[in-house]
Ligand binder design. Sequence first.
Ligand SMILES: [Zn+2]
Length: 137
Amino acid sequence: MSAENPRCTAIKAGGGRCSLPAQPGQDTCWTHSRETAEQRKRNASAGGHARSRRPPTELEMIKGQLRTIAGAVLNGEMDKGTAITINQIFNSLLRSIELERRLDKHDELMERLAELEAEVERRGQGVSRGWGTHRTA
Ligand SMILES: [Zn+2]
């Protein structure tokens, strides 16, 4: 007495039907259920292309504010002096963001360099172990 084990309904790249058992509660095996889930995710993100749900970055917010200020100046809602001052502040802000990014990048590179150095050292030890190395005491 064996329960009917449903097979995966997916069609393989070659054209044949997948021979793996389906996941419980699903009509595809684990490989194909993952594939369809990713496909669905891709489709979903392609559909929601125009408006992403992620929060705006600092840079995007600054750009939006700059546009608002530009519009206010053009409409005569803001005097030029104020706009120039705000623009200078934003410039400083942008420069500090850029610096922050460079430092982040620098830290990342230093980390990776340290990893590489450690790896080289490990390999070097592996090669020089045994006879043939000259050590000065
Ligand atoms: Zn399958």
